[in-house]
Design a protein around this ligand. Structure first.
Ligand code: PHE
Length: 329
């Protein structure tokens, strides 16, 4: 028995000195120290020894086992430390990886700016559905049944009742029907038109609708609000003009043009919005007493305004998502 113990001791010592990684350390642990390992076998043999030999051999067996265990544990800890060190090694001479940061799309930036300006003027923000009914998009806004805008040429119809909204004005009707007065709101959102795609027009674009309804709202206030908005957005010296126009849901109606002078090219007027006093028919249709209340409304074209402000001459760049364009802003 003694011999066996000594032999095993030598064998294990040798084996421990030879292990080089954690995997072989684990194999060694199983082979010698686990429940089914060599030591357990020796203890089994020990149980069958004559009584008088037991104390001496038992002590020895325990001592050897504990010592070897200690040596093994130290070796294992050393291997673990080496492994951690090699994994944490950083080669400072390697070239870095550039992490690309996203940024807000230019249209989002414009939208935020517009919201900020109207927020300061006391307008709250509302939204409405892009999939809209004919009722809100046209009927509630005083469009006659045969109005050309209803034509398949302009409108993406889903069926005879539903369509992709062609402007943000239907949310005017929704607000009038559901809100307490006064209303002072802007409504940003996407609109859709079935037009040929070109540098000037796209099948999808963004508008910000404005609606103000109260007991004494005047056309002068509309002009004042839009002019102070234009000054803040384009700068104090912005050149603008109000031009008479027509919309079924406003009376009188106007459009606002901004003077644009691209460098090296001849200047011209560019339309950025439609506006007017809410037609009394529209107020009444949507449940508001037109004797008591008046209101104004406007609809800004976000792509147009952005093109003017940043000197962009093709609307399609907003939707291509070419990084070379996006990264400039
Ligand atoms: N909805 C109109 C358009 O898309 C713009 C507009 C809005 C005009 C509000 C007057 C009042 O062309």
């Amino acid at each position: 028995m003694l011999e066996k113990i000594e032999k095993l001791e030598a064998e294990i010592k040798e084996a421990i000195s030879k292990i080089t990684d954690l995997k072989s350390a684990e194999e060694l642990r199983i082979k010698y120290f686990s429940k089914k390992g060599e030591f357990t076998r020796l203890f089994d043999e020990f149980r069958n020894l004559p009584k008088e030999e037991k104390p001496k051999i038992g002590q020895l067996l325990n001592k050897v086992k504990n010592e070897l265990n200690e040596i093994f544990k130290n070796k294992q800890a050393q291997l673990k430390a080496e492994k951690a060190e090699s994994e944490n090694y950083i080669d400072l001479t390697l070239p870095g990886k550039k992490r690309e940061l996203g940024s807000y799309h230019l249209l989002t930036q414009t939208l935020r700016e517009i919201k900020g300006i109207f927020g300061k003027l006391g307008f709250s923000i509302h939204e409405g559905p892009e999939l809209e009914s004919d009722y809100y998009n046209f009927e509630a806004l005083n469009f006659p049944p045969d109005h050309p805008a209803r034509d398949m040429q302009d409108t993406f119809f889903i069926n005879d009742k539903f369509l992709l909204r062609t402007h943000t004005s239907p949310v005017q009707a929704r607000l009038m029907q559901s809100r307490d007065l006064p209303i002072r709101a802007i409504i940003p959102g996407k609109v859709y038109r079935n037009e040929a795609i070109s540098a000037k027009s796209y099948c999808l674009f963004h508008q910000v609708e404005g609606l103000y309804i109260d007991t004494d709202v005047t056309f002068a206030e509309l002009v004042g609000t839009l002019v102070s908005f234009a000054r803040e957005f384009f700068g104090e010296d912005v050149k603008y003009r109000f031009r008479p126009s027509f919309f079924p849901f406003t009376e009188p109606s106007a459009e606002v043009d901004i003077w644009w002078e691209p460098s090296g090219k001849e200047g011209r007027w560019l339309e950025i919005l439609g506006c007017g006093m809410v037609d009394p028919n529209v107020l009444e249709f949507n449940g508001i007493d037109s004797e008591k209340y008046t209101g104004y409304a406007f609809g800004l074209g976000i792509e147009r305004m952005t093109m003017l402000k940043y000197g962009i001459d093709d609307i399609r760049v907003f939707f291509d998502n070419d990084k070379r364009f996006l990264e400039q802003f």
